[in-house]
Every structure is written in structure tokens, then in C-alpha cells.
Design a protein around this ligand. Structure first.
Ligand code: ADP
Ligand code: ZN
Ligand code: MG
Length: 499
């Protein structure tokens, strides 16, 4: 519904979208400026100390790992890494941040510029678009407010609010894009690809549900061809890719209908209500913020040497685009299969592990089982590949059994189901179930003789030129051998005996 309406609206309007994406560096053992552990949830206010509680006189010490992770992130999207950088204090009052300022970065972020090319759509309508990144900077996360006494988690109706500082001080990267995004789908693809890159770097678990990756979207509309930007609204509280897409779609429609009915968009922050499927005003945003940024006096500035930056660059792992290209060019997978396998960290790691055990010659067969049997199994069981009993070594063994002629590919499907259910190795299953494919020519010849004796008119017909009857004989012979004959041999012997 909303999708059709969006398509309609986008005939008359161009949407302009810029994203601000906060990612907690959850792979860090400690917080940004103190030694408290990084984690999710837990008994409130148990992972705290004078620094992350903002007690007077406590001194921050920067987390080197988090700085390096941010530079790594910048290198992955081709940002320019600052040679000279520093932290600033961003001053504002809110109960989740008792210092009354957040240590963040201002005009000297660690990473400047960068871009991501995202593939949008499938099939004929597919296209690639480049989204430029403005910057990535590093800051500390705030505590969490818990509103109680009303509807769960909502300020409205709550009788009081509690604050949990476990999250306060967690290293937080903020990436800001240029207003280069034109549709909710492009926004979703960008966020998905960015998440995949961050996961490849191993810097965050990027959970949109738990809030370790939070995407805020700025959106405005203008008439196609216009170059001036319209007034934007910022949308928050989109806790999934679906929510990001739908929140943007609804907001674009709202703005268009508002302007078309004579109103105008006001600059404000809006909250996406996933249940009601609408955005609502959270607070109006003053034209200019007055955060009174000033350099953090408790920390010396950073000076990165070219050597250090290059040493970080050397730690870049293979990124998703390169992985996809390798799957196609080196392993011979189709672009479609390569795209699916490379778009998921666990799937591609599983596949690569199978390759290192079984060799590149098995790439297509392994990919085939993964994208068909395994995918269907995981889907039915609603589990992830890491939770399943199927291992890369088991798939390699299964493919070897087929390649070596021990079982047919039809039997391989049965073996797969059995091994997924039990965790037994394919070899053991074939043994226990007596599934070995018969490659004994003598047994096959006897079976074919029986079939030919039982079907004299078909033999007559075949010899008279009706060669399409071959399929009939193959089927009858396989039936005679309870499906366990090597189909290649059956074909060979049949051609010889019938010919
Ligand atoms: P603010 O001062 O409100 O934080 P910024 O200029 O820093 O705004 O931009 C924040 C984000 O909003 C960026 O991702 C940027 O690309 C995007 N943005 C800025 N102006 C617009 C606009 N008119 N429409 C849509 N997105 C915009
Ligand atoms: Zn602390
Ligand atoms: Mg800004």
C-alpha cells in the first residue's frame, strides 16, 4: 500500500535523504575513556566508574583500540584519515549524561569523506549508485533513560524516569552521509552494506535491535530538477532495516501531502511509531544548535603518522565487494549466488571454510547445496547457520560422495536432511542406511535384462527409432534397483544393450 503510494509521490517529488549512523564499537573490551567493560544490558549501573559517571575531577584516557577501529572503518570506505585530530566537548544538558557535555569530535574528525557504492533492486530495474560519506568521528555513548509507570519505555504517561549508566562511555562511531540518497530503498541498501562492512571489520556486532547500530534519517522533498534543498525532518527510532525503509516512506508521503495541501515542512525531529506506522513530532529543532564546542582540555590532540595509518590499512580484511568478485572470478560462481553468499558474514565464512577443506573445484557444488538444501533447512528450522549441526567439512564430504559416484545427487538430498537433523557425517549415514549407489555393472546388467524382458514392445519401439523411450528404460531400471543404481552407468549399459 504505502509502497504504491510512495511510487506515486515520487513521480511528482524528489526525496533527499542523508543518514547519521551511530555504531558502538562493541568489540572493544573497555569503554572510551575508562577501564569499565563494554556490554549490553546487565544489572543497571554495575559497569560504571567515576570517569563514565562524570564525577568531578575524573580524567579521561582515550581508548587506543577504539581510535584504531574508527580509522579502520574510515579506510574501508575510502575516507581520508586526518593526520591531526582531537576531541571536543559538546555541551548540552540531559540526565543521561551527567558531565553536561559529551566528549565528541567537531571540526577535526578522524575520518573525512569516503563513499559506498550500493546496488539497488534486482533484475532489469537494478542500478548502482554512489553515496558519499561526509565524515566519521568518534565519541562516547550516553547512558540510557528508563521511563516507568506508564506504557513500556514511553515518556508519555510515565510517573518517573530512571537512568542506567552501563552504556555511558561506550565507544561510539558516528558516520554522516551527504544528502545523496533518493529513495527509502537506497537508504536501506546503504545501511545494510555499511553494516556488512563493519561486521567484516569485526568492530561491532551492529545489532539494530539492541541499539549497537542506530540509524537516524534526515529527509526533505523538492520538485524534480530543483537544486535547492528543502526543509528536512530527522526521523529517529527505526530499529530495523524494515523500519528504516517504512519510516522514510511514510515521512516522504507525509511531507508531500502536507505541502500539496498548502502546508509547509518544519525542521523537527520525528519519532517513527512502528505499530501505528507513522512518524510524530518529538521536538522542534532550533535552526542553529549552540553546543558551544570547545577542545577537550583533558586530552592532548592526536597526530597520526603516515606509517601508523598504513599499518592500520594493512589490517583491512577482504571487504564484501572484493569477496563477491573473488567468488565469481576465482571460483566460478554466478553473480547471483556470489551476491547472496557474500552478503552474509556467516554464510561467506562457512563457504570459505568449505573451500579451504575441499578445494575450489567443489565451489559450485558446495554453493549449490548451501543456497538450496541448507538455506531451506535453516529457513524451516528458523535457525542461523552457526546454530545448525551442518559443518563445512560435512558438505565437502557430501559433495565427494556424489563426485566419486558413491551416491547419486538425488540420494545426496536425503543424506543432507539426515545429517542436518542428526549431525552425523554423510559417510556414516550412507553406511547405516545402506544407501550406497550400485556401480556394479553386473547387477545393473541383470536389472536391465529383467526390464527388457518385461517390456518387449518398448524394446521393439526403441529399436524402431523411438529413442525417446530411453527415459522410460532408465526409470524402470532405477525402480528395479530401488533408486540405488549409478544413473550414469545405467545410461551407458542401456545404450549398449538396446542399441
Ligand atoms: P544538522 O545541522 O541538522 O545536524 P547537517 O547539515 O549536519 O544537519 O546534516 C545532517 C544530515 O542531514 C546529513 O546526513 C545531511 O546529509 C542531511 N541533510 C542535510 N540537509 C538536508 C536536507 N535539506 N534534506 C535531507 N537531508 C539533509
Ligand atoms: Zn567507567
Ligand atoms: Mg550536524
Amino acid at each position: 500500500m504505502a509502497k504504491d503510494r510512495l511510487a506515486q509521490v515520487l513521480e511528482d517529488w524528489e526525496a533527499v535523504i542523508g543518514l547519521e549512523i551511530h555504531t558502538e564499537i562493541t568489540s572493544s573490551n573497555t569503554k572510551m575513556f575508562c577501564g569499565c567493560p563494554v556490554g549490553f544490558g546487565g544489572e543497571p549501573n554495575t559497569r560504571v566508574c567515576p570517569v563514565c559517571l562524570g564525577l568531578p575531577g575524573a580524567l579521561p584516557v582515550p581508548n587506543e583500540y577504539a581510535v584504531e577501529a574508527t580509522v579502520l572503518a574510515g579506510l574501508a570506505i575510502e575516507s581520508t584519515i586526518a593526520r591531526w585530530s582531537q576531541f571536543h566537548r559538546k555541551n548540552y544538558f540531559y540526565p543521561d549524561m551527567p558531565k553536561d557535555y559529551q566528549i565528541s569530535q567537531y571540526d577535526l574528525p578522524f575520518c573525512d569523506g569516503g563513499h559506498l557504492d550500493v546496488q539497488v533492486g534486482e533484475g532489469d530495474g537494478a542500478y548502482e549508485t554512489r553515496i558519499c560519506v561526509t565524515r566519521i568521528h568518534l565519541e562516547e555513548d550516553t547512558g540510557k533513560m528508563v521511563h516507568v509507570g506508564g506504557a513500556e519505555g514511553r515518556i508519555a504517561g510515565a510517573t518517573h524516569s530512571l537512568v542506567d549508566f552501563n552504556r555511558a562511555g561506550t565507544p561510539l562511531m558516528e558516520l554522516v552521509t551527504e544528502p545523496d540518497i533518493r529513495t527509502p530503498e537506497e537508504a536501506r541498501r546503504f545501511a545494510q552494506k555499511l553494516r556488512l562492512i563493519w561486521l567484516s571489520l569485526g568492530i561491532s556486532d551492529c545489532s539494530m535491535e539492541e541499539g549497537s547500530m542506530r540509524v537516524d534519517a534526515n529527509v526533505s522533498i523538492r520538485r524534480p530538477g530543483e537544486t535547492e534543498l528543502g526543509t528536512k525532518a530527522e526521523i529517529k527510532n527505526m530499529n530495523s532495516f524494515r523500519a528504516l525503509h517504512d519510516g522514510l516512506a511514510h515521512e516522504i508521503i507525509r511531507q508531500a501531502e502536507l505541502v500539496e495541501s498548502g502546508g509547509h515542512v518544519v525542521q523537527e525531529t520525528r519519532h517513527w511509531d512502528v505499530g501505528a506506522k507513522r512518524t510524530s513530532s518529538l521536538r522542534s529543532k532550533e535552526e542553529a544548535h549552540d553546543y558551544r564546542y570547545f577542545p577537550e582540555p583533558d586530552m592532548v590532540p592526536f597526530q597520526f603518522s603516515e606509517e601508523w595509518i598504513e599499518a592500520v590499512r594493512a589490517k583491512l580484511p577482504e571487504l564484501p565487494d572484493a569477496k563477491k568478485a573473488r567468488f565469481v572470478e576465482d571460483l566460478g560462481l554466478s553473480g547471483y549466488d556470489a551476491a547472496i553468499l557474500s552478503a552474509d558474514i556467516s554464510l561467506s565464512a562457512f563457504f570459505d571454510s568449505a573451500m579451504s577443506i575441499g578445494g575450489a573445484a567443489k565451489a559450485k557444488a558446495i554453493a549449490n547445496i548451501m543456497l538450496n538444501d541448507l538455506a531451506a533447512y535453516l529457513n524451516t528450522e528458523a535457525i542461523s547457520i552457526d546454530e545448525s549441526r551442518v559443518t563445512p567439512a560435512m558438505l565437502v564430504e557430501l559433495v565427494e560422495l556424489v563426485d566419486g559416484g558413491t551416491i547419486s545427487s538425488k540420494q545426496a538430498k536425503v543424506v543432507f536432511s539426515e545429517m542436518a537433523a542428526t549431525g552425523d557425517s554423510p559417510g556414516a549415514i550412507v553406511e547405516i542406511k545402506g544407501m550406497k549407489q550400485v556401480s556394479d555393472t553386473g547387477a545393473i546388467e541383470q536389472a536391465i535384462d529383467r526390464v527388457m524382458t518385461a517390456n518387449p514392445s518398448e524394446v521393439e519401439g526403441y529399436r524402431g527409432g523411438k529413442t525417446t523411450l530411453l527415459g522410460f528404460f532408465v526409470g524402470q531400471t532405477m525402480k528395479e534397483m530401488r533408486g540405488q543404481a549409478n544413473p550414469k552407468l545405467v545410461n551407458e549399459v542401456l545404450l549398449r544393450k538396446l542399441g
